[in-house]
Every structure is written in C-alpha cells, then in structure tokens.
Design a protein around this ligand. Structure first.
Ligand SMILES: [Zn+2]
Length: 238
C-alpha cells in the first residue's frame, strides 16, 4: 500500500502533539497518511503501554489516518544503529511515502532527538539499493522519500516554515485528548508530569495561535527542514 505521507513519532502522542493539524489538513486534501510509533511509551509517568495502545488507536481514528503501526522499540533506550535503522527502512519501503514527518531535532525528551536522527538517517539509507530488506518473505525495493520535515513539540524551536491549520484545531485537540491518561485532568490521582499541566494543554492553542499571528492566519504548525525549501514561483507562498 502506497502512502503520500508517513509520520514517525518516538512515542504514541508525539505525532498528534507535533503535527496533527497538518495531518488532518492533508487528509482533507485527499492525501493518504500513516503513522509509525517507534515505542509504546511504556516509560510514560502516567498510564501504561496497553492504555497508550488503546489511546493511539482512538487518536488514529479521529485523525483518519490509513494505517498506524508500532515498532515496539524500547522507550528511553532505543538507539540509532543498524538494527533500528533497518526496522525504519522496512516501513519506508513498505509505504513508499514522498514526505516523511518526524520528531523535533532537539527536545526535552531524549527520545525525540534520537528518533529524529534515526528516522532521518533511515530515509537516506532506504534509497541505497545495496541495502537489502525483506518483509513477510518478500524482497523490498529501495525507496527514498523526497522530503523530510521535523515537527516541533516541547521546545520552542524556530520553524523554517509553517502550515496553516485553521479549521483543524478542534479535531487536533480531540486527537490529543484521546490520550486521556497523559494530559491535564483535575480528577486524576496519577503523578504530575510536565505534559499533564493545564498550561501545557493550553499551549497547544496559544502556540498555534502565535505561529498563525506571525504568518497572517488563525492557526499554524511549524516545521524545520534538512535542506533549503524550494518553490516554483514566489506566488506559491501564502
Ligand atoms: Zn514523546
């Protein structure tokens, strides 16, 4: 099955927090999008791996993605080595996306930068024909995504470009709140975490409002790039 966009996250909920609005918009424009979670988020302060599995499935339904898979790497301890790169390469060759979205290049959680580099390296390696991979007994062919974009999550990284997500913020927040064990809940008896605060929940709105304010739209999500952005014409920018 071929997808247009494949979004990777070190933990279930990374993709929603970083780029749910963009995914919702691209799907509304007819693009096929999938999500690959690297780990089950089993070290998360709140909830459990099985709860996160259910929450991720519910969020995927809200977003309308075509597929969501989990590679079950070790939360906190996965590394960027050949074994892990090959797991990512298999997913890239399976779904053949033109665009890959992945974690922020730098962030509070160490898995985010690790996942960012791991996916980015695998996107390059996936294009090398002499790296052989097979899936379910079938030899795969080389595939390199044209574009790799990094979404922004915890830290306020300055974006290289933003996507207008006006009209998609309610569903974006709904997909994030599908992870009900993780975020602000005044009735929760679980320990506090940086992402369970009221301020963090509100930051989803005030950050997209602020990026929108600066770029002349209501709400926007920011991304960083690995190479210069190119447009056909100056008028392509909004
Ligand atoms: Zn995360």
């Amino acid at each position: 099955m071929k997808l247009d966009i494949l979004a990777f996250g070190a933990h279930p909920d990374d993709v929603e927090l970083g780029c749910a609005g963009t995914i919702l918009k691209e799907i509304s424009l007819g693009k096929k999008v999938g999500i690959i979670d690297l780990t089950r988020g089993e070290l998360g302060t709140r909830g459990s791996a099985s709860i996160r599995d259910q929450e991720a499935a519910a969020a995927a339904k809200i977003l309308g993605v075509t597929v969501r898979e989990n590679l079950e790497m070790r939360d906190g301890f996965f590394v960027n080595d050949e074994t892990h790169q090959l797991e990512i390469i298999k997913m890239i060759r399976k779904y053949k996306p033109e665009i890959v979205l992945c974690n922020a290049v730098d962030d509070r959680h160490i898995d985010h930068a690790k996942g960012s580099k791991l996916v980015s390296d695998a996107c390059f390696l996936s294009g090398l024909v002499k790296i052989e991979t097979s899936l379910e007994g079938e030899l795969q062919t080389a595939w390199r995504p044209k574009l790799v974009y990094h979404y922004i999550q915890w830290k306020n990284i300055v974006p290289d470009f933003v996507v207008d997500i006006t009209g998609f913020t309610d569903l974006k927040v709904a997909s994030i709140l599908a992870y009900s064990s993780q975020f602000y809940d005044p009735n929760s008896k679980e320990p506090e975490s940086p992402i369970s605060s009221k301020n963090f929940l509100e930051s989803l709105n005030y950050r997209s409002r602020d990026l929108g304010r600066i770029t002349g739209v209501d709400h926007a999500e920011g991304f960083t790039v690995e190479r210069y952005l190119a447009v056909n014409s100056l008028g392509d920018l909004i």
